[in-house]
Design a protein around this ligand. Sequence first.
Ligand code: NAD
Length: 407
Amino acid sequence: MSAFTNAMRQLDLAASAMHLDAYTLERLRHPQRTVEVDFPVKMDDGSTKLFHGYRVQWNDARGPFKGGLRFHPQTDLDEVKALSFWMSIKCAVANIPFGGGKGGVTVNPKELSKTELENLTRSFTRAIADVIGPEKDVPAPDVNTTPQIMDWLADEYGKYVGKPSLAVVTGKTLDHGGSEGRGTATGQGAYYVFEAYREKLELDPETSTIAVQGFGNAGQEIARLFHHHGYKVVAVSDSQGGIHDENGIDIPELIRLKKETGHVARIGDARDITNEELLKVECGVLVPSALENAIDADIAHEVKARMVLEVANGPTTPEADMILAKRGITVVPDVLANSGGVTTSFLEWQQNMTDEHWTEDEVFTRLKPIMDDASAAVMRAADAHAVTQREAAFIVGLERIDKALKG
Ligand code: NAD
């Protein structure tokens, strides 16, 4: 099942539980605008290659479109549409004044030199320049897109409009208008959300272990935070496979090794496991932090965690959701769990718009109450409607978008 089909099934479930207005439902089944571009990139060997990219603008009823850019060989329109729709819900759940959008380029950036990657980013920026802007549509990093790539985008857009325009994109480097804390914000936000659910589920460091799938920007930070707060992280994986140690993995050392070798390497007494085995390990909290559809129906029957904390976007299929719910496993949904990233993007955008620069402390002091309020609103809606945490998050987001659409 495609990510977009899954997203629409999630929308339908929540819409029917809350009796969503028919127009709002129809409006939210379609993007407001889909931009597809073929753009040229100068390669190091002197040749020019065409690449295909997308920017899907789902809904801006609550504010400018907002969402990341993904550079990945499997990125296609279906995936970008799903991610763009989820961004609309996510920004509404976090209650920040943004709508939802997402973009991407079908490319394996690992096969490009740094110059080619810069050429690709700048050419893609020119191709979408007329539909983005600080008060129109504000991109950000996602899978395989870095702060350096965001700097190139801001610089190229500035040339296009003839003046510096830092607020056109978030997730930039600190030297180029980025926010303190943005690099680790998705993990930090997910940890705040986890804390909000922790008591409800009676999970504590003595009795709970953690498994993290995906060891990139988001996965490394959430693993580091769990480790820092005294939890045993017993399994970690990346695209090349994983490791398992029931006595706990030294996460800071693994992060250092990953930086050195480029992948999750075996350390201490850990043994190798496959990505599928990782999802089935004995643990308290399973944290998918890689790509969509990681937990399907077959895997869902074998998940042993009490909580699934969705740091990745769309890691659980609707069938898997139903199975996990029946088995009493709480899924804290992506649109809440990973919303610390976009919320800190909003804080970066605010700093750029007002020409301010806040300390990391100030940033996280603003982030925490937003995450706490969002978590509380979702838990309240789950109780009030007797639905799963995902349906509840959708209900919270949809109510807010519906209100904005009706002006
Ligand atoms: P990233 O590119 O930094 O890391 C992705 C990681 O996933 C890498 O370690 C990669 O090796 C691993 N991976 C890929 N396929 C895998 C597989 N089959 N099994 C196990 N690991 C696999 O990307 P990221 O920014 O950390 O994003 C990860 C997820 O979090 C995505 O779903 C993204 O949309 C979501 N997310 C990220 C942010 C953010 O601020 N970075 C914000 C919100 C949501």
